[in-house]
Design a protein around this ligand. Structure first.
Ligand SMILES: NC(=O)c1ccc[n+]([C@@H]2O[C@H](COP(=O)([O-])OP(=O)(O)OC[C@H]3O[C@@H](n4cnc5c(N)ncnc54)[C@H](O)[C@@H]3O)[C@@H](O)[C@H]2O)c1
Length: 557
C-alpha cells in the first residue's frame, strides 16, 4: 500500500523544494488522527499539505502581496474591498511573469480535493474561493481568510475578472468543463482536476480552447509529475521489455456507493448548500444527501464511476509510454447496470491500432484491459505466485512485452520486471524536483512555473490539456462502453468525428431502471424493470451532453 511510510518526509524533500513552510514535516501524532485517516483514505498521501495537519502559514499577507506586485501597481488601479487585489499580469499584456512575481489564483470547488490543491499553490496569492457548500468549504475558507468567498463562480469571474491569473477547478466531474472552458475563454491559466471532463465533447473543447488562448493548463492527475512514469517510459522506449501487445490495469475502487437506484425519499436541502448551483449543467433532481459531498462520483449525471475516477491516474503510464492516442474499438462489461449510477464492478477492453515505431522499440496494435470494483486480471501465467496486485495502493498495471513483463503501481510507481532484472537506463526525461508518489504540491507548482513562462517558449506542465485532453477522451470512451454494454458489441470509434460508427439508427438499448427483491412465502421474487432507448441518440447524448437551460459552453474553437 502506498502510505505515509513510502514518502520521504525529510526537509530535503519538502521544505526546500517548495517555498517557505509550504511543505512542512508532519508530526506523528497528526498521522494518527481520524481526520487524517479519512482524508488519506480518500485523497491518498496528498493530504500531507493540509493546513489542519501542518503548521503552514497562509500565503496571502497584505504586505507581501503589495511588495511582490509593486512593479505592477505602478501601472494599474487596485480594487480594494476588504481584499487587496492587483491586476492580472497576463491580461496586462506582458505575456510572462518573473518566477518571483506572484499569480492571483481563484479556486472553484474547495471543500474536498480543491483544498490541498490550493495549499499546493499557496505560495501564490489565493484571491477568491467559490463553493456551493459553505459548511463543507469552511476549512478552506479559514485557510485563506483574505480570499473573497463566492457561491457562484460566474459572479466570482465577473467581480474579480481581470485580477485573476489562474483558476483551480475541483468541483464534481460534471461541472469541470463549464468552469474551465469559461476560464480559458477569458484567457486564464487553468488547473483542472481529473477526469478532465464528463464527456468526450467537453474534453475536445478544452483541448482546443487551451491552444487557442495560449494559456498554461494542467489536469490534476498529480502522479503524472512523479518520477515513476518517467522511469517507466524510459525503460519501455529503450526496448527493455520488447514490443507490447497487451496491458492489464486495475484499481480497488469504488470506495463510495455504486449500483444504486435514485433515492425517492425527500430531504430538506441544508441552508449551507446551494443545490441549484451544485446541479449546474445537469438535469435538476431533488436534493438528497447521498449525492454530495464525495458520493456524486457514483451517479452518472455527476461522476464517471470508479473507472472514470481512477483511470486518469492508473492508465497515465500506459497512455504515455505506449503513445496510445484514440482507440479504434472499445467494449465494456460490468455487474448489473442501471440508468442512474455506475455498476459495482467494471471491465473495459480497448483496442488500439499500431502507432509509429520508436528507434528502439516497435509499437504494434495493443489491447488494454481494465478491472475495478474487486475484479483483477486473472492471468496466472503472467504473475509471480503470491503477487499482491494492490501492494502499491490505488491500483496498478501489467505490461506484457515480447521480452519481459513489467508490473507497476498506480501512476507508474515501483516498476519492476517479472524476470527480476533491473534495467540500467540513464534518466533523460524532465524531472519535477521533489515529485514523488501522489503528494500534492509539485504538480501544482509545475503548472505555476508554466503559467509564468511566455507562451512561445513555455515548457508545458506534463499533464497540460494537449496531453490530458486526448487521454481523458480515451478514459471517457471506456465509461461510454460500460454504459452502452447492452449493445453487446465492441464499439467502433471515429475520433475525428467523435462518433461511434457501428450503431444503426434504429438500434435499441435496454437499461435497468429499477430492481427489487422480496422474499414472499419463503420464495425469492425479483422485479426488474427496464427502459428502452434509441441507442444512437443515447450514445450521442453521452458523448455530448445537453446542458440544463441557462448553461452553455463556449463554441468549439
Ligand atoms: N487528483 C486526486 O488525487 C483527486 C483526489 C480526489 C478528488 N479528485 C477530483 O477532484 C474533484 C473533486 O472531488 P472531491 O473528492 O474533492 O469531491 P468533494 O465532493 O469532496 O468536493 C467537491 C467540492 O466542490 C464543491 N462544488 C460542487 N459543485 C460546485 C460548483 N458548481 N461550484 C463550486 N463548488 C462546487 C462541493 O461543495 C465540494 O466542496 C473531482 O473531479 C475528483 O475526481 C482528485
Amino acid at each position: 500500500m502506498w502510505s505515509m511510510k513510502n514518502i520521504p518526509m525529510s526537509g530535503k524533500n519538502f521544505a526546500t523544494v517548495a517555498s517557505g513552510q509550504l511543505f512542512p514535516i508532519m508530526e506523528n501524532s497528526m498521522k494518527d488522527s481520524s481526520l487524517f485517516k479519512t482524508m488519506e483514505h480518500r485523497y491518498g498521501s496528498g493530504i500531507l499539505n493540509l493546513k489542519k495537519l501542518t503548521n503552514y502559514k497562509p500565503a496571502i499577507q497584505m504586505e507581501n502581496l503589495n511588495n511582490s506586485r509593486r512593479n505592477f501597481l505602478k501601472h494599474s488601479a487596485i480594487a480594494t474591498a476588504g481584499i487587496s487585489i492587483v491586476p492580472s499580469f497576463s491580461v496586462s499584456g506582458l505575456g510572462h511573469k518573473a518566477p518571483s512575481d506572484k499569480m492571483n489564483i481563484v479556486g472553484v470547488g474547495v471543500g474536498g480535493k480543491g483544498h490541498p490543491n490550493l495549499v499546493g499553490m499557496a505560495n501564490e496569492n489565493i484571491i477568491g474561493l467559490c463553493d456551493v457548500d459553505w459548511k463543507y468549504a469552511e476549512n478552506c475558507f479559514k485557510e485563506f481568510p483574505n480570499a473573497k468567498r463566492y457561491w457562484d463562480w460566474r459572479k466570482m469571474f465577473d467581480e474579480l475578472g481581470s485580477s485573476i491569473d489562474g483558476v483551480m477547478v475541483a468541483t464534481p466531474d460534471h461541472t469541470h468543463a463549464i468552469v474551465a472552458a469559461t476560464a480559458l475563454t477569458l484567457g486564464k491559466h487553468v488547473y483542472c482536476q481529473k477526469p478532465l471532463t464528463h464527456s468526450v465533447y467537453e474534453s475536445r473543447l478544452l483541448t482546443k480552447l487551451a491552444v487557442k488562448h495560449k494559456v498554461a493548463t494542467q489536469m490534476g492527475n498529480q502522479g503524472n509529475s512523479g518520477d515513476g512514469v518517467r522511469e517507466l517510459c524510459e525503460w519501455i522506449w529503450n526496448g527493455e521489455i520488447g514490443e507490447i501487445k497487451e496491458v492489464h490495469a486495475w484499481t480497488d475502487r469504488p470506495i463510495w456507493p455504486q449500483g444504486l437506484q435514485r433515492p425517492t425519499q425527500l430531504m430538506k436541502t441544508p441552508k449551507t448548500l446551494d443545490w441549484n448551483l451544485f446541479i449546474g449543467t445537469a438535469p435538476m433532481r431533488p436534493f438528497n444527501e447521498i449525492y454530495t459531498p464525495w458520493n456524486w462520483r457514483g451517479w452518472w449525471d455527476f461522476g464517471t464511476g470508479a473507472f472514470g475516477d481512477m483511470a486518469c491516474h492508473v492508465l497515465d503510464p500506459v497512455y504515455q509510454s505506449l503513445k496510445l492516442g484514440s482507440p479504434e474499438k472499445v467494449r465494456g462489461c460490468s455487474t448489473a447496470i442501471n440508468t442512474e449510477s455506475a455498476p459495482q464492478a467494471e471491465t473495459v477492453e480497448f483496442t488500439f491500432p499500431a502507432r509509429d515505431n520508436l528507434p528502439k522499440v516497435g509499437m504494434p496494435p495493443v489491447k488494454v484491459y481494465w478491472y475495478d470494483g474487486g475484479l483483477y486480471p486473472n492471468v496466472s501465467e503472467l504473475l509471480p505466485e503470491g503477487e499482491n496486485l494492490m501492494a502499491d495502493g490505488l491500483g496498478g498495471c501489467i505490461f506484457v512485452g515480447s521480452k519481459d513483463t513489467l508490473i507497476c503501481g498506480c501512476g507508474g510507481f515501483n516498476s519492476r520486471l517479472v524476470s527480476g532484472r533491473i534495467p540500467k537506463v540513464t534518466p533523460y526525461l524532465r524531472r519535477i524536483p521533489g515529485a514523488i508518489g501522489y503528494v500534492d504540491g509539485f504538480h501544482e507548482q509545475d503548472w505555476i512555473r508554466a503559467c509564468k513562462e511566455s507562451p512561445e517558449s513555455r515548457v508545458e506542465g506534463t499533464s497540460n490539456f494537449a496531453y490530458s485532453g486526448p487521454f481523458n477522451e480515451m478514459v471517457l470512451l471506456g465509461v461510454l462502453a460500460i454504459r452502452l454494454q447492452g449493445l453487446n458489441k465492441s464499439l467502433k470509434w471515429d475520433a475525428e468525428k467523435m462518433r461511434i460508427t457501428n450503431i444503426s439508427a434504429t438500434e435499441e438499448l435496454k437499461i435497468i431502471t429499477s430492481n427489487e427483491f422480496k422474499v414472499i412465502d419463503g420464495h425469492p421474487h425479483f422485479n426488474t424493470q427496464y427502459a428502452k432507448f434509441n441507442a444512437l441518440e443515447t450514445a450521442k447524448e453521452y458523448i455530448q451532453h445537453t446542458y440544463r437551460e441557462g448553461w452553455n459552453l463556449p463554441a468549439m474553437a
